[in-house]
Design a protein around this ligand. Structure first.
Ligand code: ADP
Ligand code: MG
Length: 342
Protein backbone atom coordinates (compact mmCIF):
# COMPACT_ATOMS: atom_id res chain seq x y z
CA UNK A 1 0.00 0.00 0.00
CA UNK A 2 1.23 3.52 -0.70
CA UNK A 3 1.82 5.85 2.21
CA UNK A 4 -1.17 8.12 2.81
CA UNK A 5 -2.33 10.60 5.43
CA UNK A 6 -5.18 9.12 7.49
CA UNK A 7 -8.59 10.77 7.15
CA UNK A 8 -9.25 12.94 10.24
CA UNK A 9 -12.00 10.72 11.58
CA UNK A 10 -9.81 7.63 11.53
CA UNK A 11 -6.96 9.57 13.12
CA UNK A 12 -9.36 10.64 15.89
CA UNK A 13 -10.50 7.09 16.45
CA UNK A 14 -6.92 5.93 16.74
CA UNK A 15 -6.24 8.70 19.25
CA UNK A 16 -9.43 7.65 21.08
CA UNK A 17 -7.81 4.26 21.61
CA UNK A 18 -5.27 5.96 23.86
CA UNK A 19 -7.57 7.98 26.11
CA UNK A 20 -11.01 6.40 25.80
CA UNK A 21 -10.65 2.94 27.19
CA UNK A 22 -14.09 2.67 28.76
CA UNK A 23 -16.98 4.87 29.98
CA UNK A 24 -15.02 5.92 33.07
CA UNK A 25 -12.31 7.43 30.87
CA UNK A 26 -14.94 9.56 29.12
CA UNK A 27 -16.21 10.75 32.49
CA UNK A 28 -12.66 11.64 33.50
CA UNK A 29 -12.04 13.76 30.42
CA UNK A 30 -15.40 15.54 30.66
CA UNK A 31 -15.13 16.26 34.37
CA UNK A 32 -11.56 17.52 33.99
CA UNK A 33 -12.84 19.93 31.36
CA UNK A 34 -15.53 21.12 33.79
CA UNK A 35 -12.91 21.67 36.49
CA UNK A 36 -10.68 23.55 34.04
CA UNK A 37 -13.72 25.75 33.27
CA UNK A 38 -13.91 26.71 36.99
CA UNK A 39 -17.17 24.87 37.62
CA UNK A 40 -18.31 24.78 41.24
CA UNK A 41 -21.01 22.18 40.66
CA UNK A 42 -20.81 19.07 38.50
CA UNK A 43 -23.66 16.67 37.77
CA UNK A 44 -22.99 13.30 36.21
CA UNK A 45 -25.78 11.15 34.76
CA UNK A 46 -25.03 7.62 33.68
CA UNK A 47 -27.26 5.08 32.02
CA UNK A 48 -26.39 1.42 31.67
CA UNK A 49 -22.90 1.75 33.08
CA UNK A 50 -22.22 4.55 30.59
CA UNK A 51 -22.63 2.41 27.50
CA UNK A 52 -26.01 4.05 26.80
CA UNK A 53 -25.46 7.55 28.19
CA UNK A 54 -22.83 9.67 29.91
CA UNK A 55 -23.89 13.23 30.62
CA UNK A 56 -21.71 15.74 32.46
CA UNK A 57 -23.26 19.10 33.30
CA UNK A 58 -21.35 21.98 34.85
CA UNK A 59 -21.82 25.61 35.81
CA UNK A 60 -18.41 26.63 34.49
CA UNK A 61 -17.48 29.38 32.08
CA UNK A 62 -19.11 27.79 29.04
CA UNK A 63 -17.98 27.74 25.41
CA UNK A 64 -18.87 30.59 23.06
CA UNK A 65 -21.12 29.80 20.11
CA UNK A 66 -18.39 30.43 17.55
CA UNK A 67 -16.02 28.03 19.35
CA UNK A 68 -18.35 25.05 19.69
CA UNK A 69 -17.21 23.36 16.51
CA UNK A 70 -13.58 24.12 17.26
CA UNK A 71 -13.92 22.54 20.72
CA UNK A 72 -14.69 19.25 18.99
CA UNK A 73 -11.68 19.45 16.66
CA UNK A 74 -8.43 17.68 17.25
CA UNK A 75 -5.50 19.68 18.65
CA UNK A 76 -7.88 22.49 19.57
CA UNK A 77 -7.39 23.79 23.09
CA UNK A 78 -7.86 27.02 24.97
CA UNK A 79 -5.38 25.95 27.65
CA UNK A 80 -1.92 26.37 26.15
CA UNK A 81 -0.53 28.40 23.31
CA UNK A 82 3.19 27.71 23.29
CA UNK A 83 5.99 25.54 24.59
CA UNK A 84 6.46 27.84 27.53
CA UNK A 85 2.91 27.04 28.69
CA UNK A 86 3.51 23.33 28.17
CA UNK A 87 6.41 23.49 30.58
CA UNK A 88 4.30 24.90 33.41
CA UNK A 89 0.85 23.34 33.06
CA UNK A 90 -1.69 24.39 35.64
CA UNK A 91 -4.81 23.06 33.87
CA UNK A 92 -5.84 19.41 33.85
CA UNK A 93 -6.20 19.32 30.06
CA UNK A 94 -3.90 20.69 27.37
CA UNK A 95 -3.77 18.10 24.59
CA UNK A 96 -6.92 19.29 22.84
CA UNK A 97 -7.83 15.74 21.96
CA UNK A 98 -10.50 14.49 24.33
CA UNK A 99 -13.63 15.89 22.71
CA UNK A 100 -12.42 15.06 19.20
CA UNK A 101 -11.61 11.51 20.30
CA UNK A 102 -14.83 10.94 22.23
CA UNK A 103 -17.01 12.38 19.46
CA UNK A 104 -15.36 10.06 16.93
CA UNK A 105 -16.58 6.98 18.82
CA UNK A 106 -20.02 8.11 20.07
CA UNK A 107 -22.98 10.37 19.37
CA UNK A 108 -21.99 13.55 21.15
CA UNK A 109 -24.03 16.64 21.95
CA UNK A 110 -22.37 19.71 23.37
CA UNK A 111 -24.63 22.41 24.79
CA UNK A 112 -23.15 25.53 26.28
CA UNK A 113 -23.77 29.10 27.30
CA UNK A 114 -21.25 31.76 28.36
CA UNK A 115 -22.02 34.68 30.66
CA UNK A 116 -21.73 37.10 27.73
CA UNK A 117 -24.25 35.28 25.56
CA UNK A 118 -27.98 35.80 25.50
CA UNK A 119 -28.81 32.24 24.59
CA UNK A 120 -27.24 28.82 24.62
CA UNK A 121 -26.06 26.88 21.59
CA UNK A 122 -25.77 23.23 20.85
CA UNK A 123 -23.47 21.22 18.60
CA UNK A 124 -24.06 17.63 17.52
CA UNK A 125 -21.40 15.31 16.22
CA UNK A 126 -22.26 11.82 15.29
CA UNK A 127 -19.42 9.35 15.12
CA UNK A 128 -17.64 8.62 11.92
CA UNK A 129 -19.00 11.25 9.56
CA UNK A 130 -18.49 14.06 12.09
CA UNK A 131 -21.15 16.31 10.59
CA UNK A 132 -21.23 19.00 13.23
CA UNK A 133 -24.41 21.04 13.23
CA UNK A 134 -24.99 24.01 15.55
CA UNK A 135 -28.40 25.26 16.67
CA UNK A 136 -29.91 27.38 19.46
CA UNK A 137 -30.74 25.61 22.71
CA UNK A 138 -31.76 26.26 26.32
CA UNK A 139 -29.04 26.03 28.98
CA UNK A 140 -27.90 28.17 31.91
CA UNK A 141 -24.32 29.49 31.93
CA UNK A 142 -22.12 26.42 31.81
CA UNK A 143 -21.79 23.32 29.68
CA UNK A 144 -23.50 19.96 29.23
CA UNK A 145 -21.92 17.21 27.26
CA UNK A 146 -23.94 14.15 26.41
CA UNK A 147 -22.23 11.06 25.08
CA UNK A 148 -24.64 8.47 23.69
CA UNK A 149 -23.86 4.94 22.54
CA UNK A 150 -20.14 4.91 23.24
CA UNK A 151 -18.21 2.80 20.70
CA UNK A 152 -21.34 2.33 18.55
CA UNK A 153 -19.15 2.56 15.45
CA UNK A 154 -16.15 0.65 16.80
CA UNK A 155 -17.63 -2.81 17.52
CA UNK A 156 -14.30 -4.30 18.52
CA UNK A 157 -14.07 -1.81 21.39
CA UNK A 158 -17.72 -2.09 22.32
CA UNK A 159 -17.20 -5.81 22.78
CA UNK A 160 -14.67 -5.10 25.50
CA UNK A 161 -17.17 -3.28 27.70
CA UNK A 162 -17.90 -5.23 30.86
CA UNK A 163 -21.28 -5.49 32.61
CA UNK A 164 -23.12 -2.25 33.46
CA UNK A 165 -22.32 -2.89 37.11
CA UNK A 166 -18.59 -3.24 36.50
CA UNK A 167 -18.43 -0.19 34.23
CA UNK A 168 -20.42 1.86 36.73
CA UNK A 169 -18.08 0.63 39.48
CA UNK A 170 -15.18 2.17 37.54
CA UNK A 171 -17.09 5.43 37.19
CA UNK A 172 -17.92 5.55 40.88
CA UNK A 173 -14.29 4.85 41.79
CA UNK A 174 -13.24 7.65 39.46
CA UNK A 175 -15.75 10.02 41.01
CA UNK A 176 -14.20 9.30 44.42
CA UNK A 177 -10.76 10.15 43.11
CA UNK A 178 -12.01 13.33 41.46
CA UNK A 179 -14.13 14.44 44.41
CA UNK A 180 -11.09 14.04 46.67
CA UNK A 181 -9.18 16.37 44.38
CA UNK A 182 -11.62 19.28 44.71
CA UNK A 183 -13.37 19.78 48.02
CA UNK A 184 -14.69 23.17 46.93
CA UNK A 185 -16.80 21.60 44.18
CA UNK A 186 -20.18 19.98 44.82
CA UNK A 187 -20.94 16.76 42.97
CA UNK A 188 -23.82 14.54 42.09
CA UNK A 189 -23.64 11.13 40.43
CA UNK A 190 -26.76 9.38 39.15
CA UNK A 191 -27.06 5.91 37.66
CA UNK A 192 -30.20 4.87 35.76
CA UNK A 193 -32.11 7.75 37.34
CA UNK A 194 -31.03 7.01 40.92
CA UNK A 195 -28.75 9.31 42.88
CA UNK A 196 -25.70 7.31 43.93
CA UNK A 197 -23.63 10.12 45.41
CA UNK A 198 -24.35 13.66 46.42
CA UNK A 199 -21.49 15.67 47.86
CA UNK A 200 -21.82 19.22 49.11
CA UNK A 201 -18.94 21.64 48.70
CA UNK A 202 -16.59 21.33 51.69
CA UNK A 203 -14.74 24.40 52.93
CA UNK A 204 -13.82 23.68 56.57
CA UNK A 205 -11.45 20.96 57.86
CA UNK A 206 -14.41 19.23 59.43
CA UNK A 207 -16.40 19.21 56.18
CA UNK A 208 -13.38 17.94 54.29
CA UNK A 209 -12.93 15.06 56.71
CA UNK A 210 -16.63 14.33 56.36
CA UNK A 211 -16.17 14.01 52.59
CA UNK A 212 -13.16 11.75 53.15
CA UNK A 213 -15.31 9.60 55.45
CA UNK A 214 -18.11 9.47 52.87
CA UNK A 215 -15.72 8.40 50.13
CA UNK A 216 -13.09 6.32 51.92
CA UNK A 217 -15.28 4.88 54.63
CA UNK A 218 -15.63 5.38 58.38
CA UNK A 219 -12.70 3.10 59.23
CA UNK A 220 -10.39 5.25 57.17
CA UNK A 221 -11.66 8.50 58.65
CA UNK A 222 -11.46 7.18 62.21
CA UNK A 223 -7.87 6.04 61.89
CA UNK A 224 -6.51 8.68 59.55
CA UNK A 225 -4.24 11.38 60.89
CA UNK A 226 -3.91 14.71 59.16
CA UNK A 227 -0.38 15.45 58.01
CA UNK A 228 1.24 18.57 56.62
CA UNK A 229 4.86 19.27 55.78
CA UNK A 230 6.89 21.56 53.59
CA UNK A 231 10.38 21.54 52.11
CA UNK A 232 11.31 24.59 50.06
CA UNK A 233 8.34 25.11 47.79
CA UNK A 234 7.25 21.47 47.87
CA UNK A 235 4.31 20.86 50.15
CA UNK A 236 2.62 17.65 51.21
CA UNK A 237 -0.65 17.36 53.10
CA UNK A 238 -3.44 14.90 53.55
CA UNK A 239 -4.35 11.91 55.68
CA UNK A 240 -2.54 8.69 56.42
CA UNK A 241 -3.67 5.68 58.36
CA UNK A 242 -1.67 4.14 61.15
CA UNK A 243 -0.17 0.81 60.04
CA UNK A 244 -1.99 -1.04 62.80
CA UNK A 245 -5.30 0.00 61.24
CA UNK A 246 -4.30 -0.84 57.65
CA UNK A 247 -5.84 -3.97 56.22
CA UNK A 248 -6.46 -5.62 52.90
CA UNK A 249 -10.08 -4.42 53.11
CA UNK A 250 -9.19 -0.80 53.66
CA UNK A 251 -8.56 0.01 50.01
CA UNK A 252 -7.80 3.68 50.03
CA UNK A 253 -4.75 4.84 48.14
CA UNK A 254 -5.17 8.23 46.61
CA UNK A 255 -2.41 10.59 45.64
CA UNK A 256 -2.47 13.88 43.79
CA UNK A 257 0.17 16.13 42.31
CA UNK A 258 -0.93 19.73 41.88
CA UNK A 259 -4.55 18.60 42.05
CA UNK A 260 -4.10 15.93 39.41
CA UNK A 261 -4.84 12.36 40.44
CA UNK A 262 -1.90 10.04 40.04
CA UNK A 263 -0.87 6.46 39.96
CA UNK A 264 2.76 7.30 40.24
CA UNK A 265 5.42 4.66 40.84
CA UNK A 266 7.81 7.03 42.55
CA UNK A 267 5.19 8.26 45.02
CA UNK A 268 3.90 4.77 45.73
CA UNK A 269 7.44 3.61 46.33
CA UNK A 270 8.10 6.48 48.72
CA UNK A 271 4.89 5.82 50.65
CA UNK A 272 5.66 2.09 50.94
CA UNK A 273 9.15 2.87 52.11
CA UNK A 274 7.84 5.19 54.82
CA UNK A 275 5.52 2.50 56.13
CA UNK A 276 8.47 0.12 55.91
CA UNK A 277 8.35 -3.05 57.94
CA UNK A 278 5.39 -1.92 59.98
CA UNK A 279 3.01 -3.44 57.44
CA UNK A 280 2.43 -7.17 57.28
CA UNK A 281 2.30 -8.91 53.93
CA UNK A 282 -1.47 -8.64 53.55
CA UNK A 283 -1.66 -5.01 54.69
CA UNK A 284 -1.79 -2.09 52.30
CA UNK A 285 -0.93 1.47 53.17
CA UNK A 286 -4.01 3.71 53.27
CA UNK A 287 -3.68 7.37 52.43
CA UNK A 288 -5.08 10.43 50.73
CA UNK A 289 -2.10 12.65 49.95
CA UNK A 290 -1.62 15.88 48.08
CA UNK A 291 1.70 17.11 46.78
CA UNK A 292 1.98 20.65 45.60
CA UNK A 293 4.97 22.12 43.87
CA UNK A 294 5.98 24.57 41.19
CA UNK A 295 4.37 23.26 37.96
CA UNK A 296 7.70 23.85 36.20
CA UNK A 297 9.20 21.15 38.41
CA UNK A 298 6.98 18.43 37.04
CA UNK A 299 6.30 17.16 33.53
CA UNK A 300 2.70 16.00 33.11
CA UNK A 301 3.02 15.35 29.39
CA UNK A 302 4.29 11.81 29.84
CA UNK A 303 1.18 9.75 29.24
CA UNK A 304 -1.99 10.53 27.22
CA UNK A 305 -4.26 9.85 30.20
CA UNK A 306 -1.78 11.75 32.43
CA UNK A 307 -1.70 9.12 35.18
CA UNK A 308 2.00 9.55 35.63
CA UNK A 309 4.27 12.52 35.97
CA UNK A 310 7.97 13.05 35.78
CA UNK A 311 9.47 15.06 38.61
CA UNK A 312 12.54 17.02 37.60
CA UNK A 313 14.01 16.44 41.03
CA UNK A 314 12.74 12.92 41.47
CA UNK A 315 15.17 11.92 44.21
CA UNK A 316 14.44 14.99 46.26
CA UNK A 317 10.65 14.55 46.02
CA UNK A 318 10.95 10.86 46.86
CA UNK A 319 13.07 11.49 49.93
CA UNK A 320 10.90 14.37 51.07
CA UNK A 321 7.77 12.20 50.89
CA UNK A 322 9.52 9.40 52.80
CA UNK A 323 10.73 11.71 55.54
CA UNK A 324 7.45 13.66 55.83
CA UNK A 325 5.49 10.42 56.20
CA UNK A 326 8.05 8.93 58.54
CA UNK A 327 7.77 11.96 60.81
CA UNK A 328 4.00 11.78 60.72
CA UNK A 329 3.81 8.04 61.33
CA UNK A 330 6.23 8.28 64.25
CA UNK A 331 4.23 11.06 65.85
CA UNK A 332 0.99 9.24 65.22
CA UNK A 333 1.89 6.67 67.80
CA UNK A 334 5.56 6.40 68.72
CA UNK A 335 4.95 3.12 70.51
CA UNK A 336 3.67 1.48 67.39
CA UNK A 337 7.10 1.75 65.87
CA UNK A 338 8.87 0.14 68.80
CA UNK A 339 10.07 -3.42 68.41
CA UNK A 340 7.38 -5.02 70.52
CA UNK A 341 4.54 -2.66 69.95
CA UNK A 342 1.19 -3.43 68.29
P1 ADP B 1 -8.25 20.10 26.33
O1 ADP B 1 -9.00 19.90 27.61
O2 ADP B 1 -6.99 19.30 26.30
O3 ADP B 1 -8.05 21.54 25.99
P2 ADP B 1 -10.62 18.94 25.09
O4 ADP B 1 -10.81 18.25 23.80
O5 ADP B 1 -10.92 18.18 26.33
O6 ADP B 1 -9.12 19.48 25.12
O7 ADP B 1 -11.48 20.28 25.07
C1 ADP B 1 -11.28 21.22 24.03
C2 ADP B 1 -11.64 22.63 24.47
O8 ADP B 1 -13.04 22.75 24.65
C3 ADP B 1 -11.03 23.04 25.80
O9 ADP B 1 -9.73 23.56 25.66
C4 ADP B 1 -12.03 24.09 26.29
O10 ADP B 1 -11.73 25.36 25.74
C5 ADP B 1 -13.34 23.63 25.71
N1 ADP B 1 -14.16 22.90 26.70
C6 ADP B 1 -14.35 21.56 26.77
N2 ADP B 1 -15.18 21.23 27.78
C7 ADP B 1 -15.53 22.40 28.38
C8 ADP B 1 -16.38 22.74 29.50
N3 ADP B 1 -17.02 21.81 30.21
N4 ADP B 1 -16.51 24.07 29.80
C9 ADP B 1 -15.86 25.01 29.10
N5 ADP B 1 -15.04 24.75 28.05
C10 ADP B 1 -14.89 23.47 27.68
MG1 MG C 1 -9.89 18.13 28.20
Amino acid sequence: MPIQILPPQLANQIAAGEVVERPASVVKELVENSLDAQASHIDIDIEKGGSKLIRVRDNGSGIAEQELVLALSRHATSKITDLHDLEAISSLGFRGEALASISSVSRLTLTSCTAGQEAAWQANAEGRDMQVSVRPAAHPVGTSIEVLDLFFNTPARRKFLRSDKTEFGHIDELLKRLALSRYDVSWQLNHNGQTVRRLKAATTDEQRLKRVAALCGRTFAEHAAFIENQYGDVRIWGWIVHPAACSAQLQCQYSYVNGRMMRDKLLNHAIRQAYGDSLLADQQPAFVLYIELDPRQVDVNVHPAKHEVRFHQARLIHDFVVSALNDALTQLNPLAFGVDAV
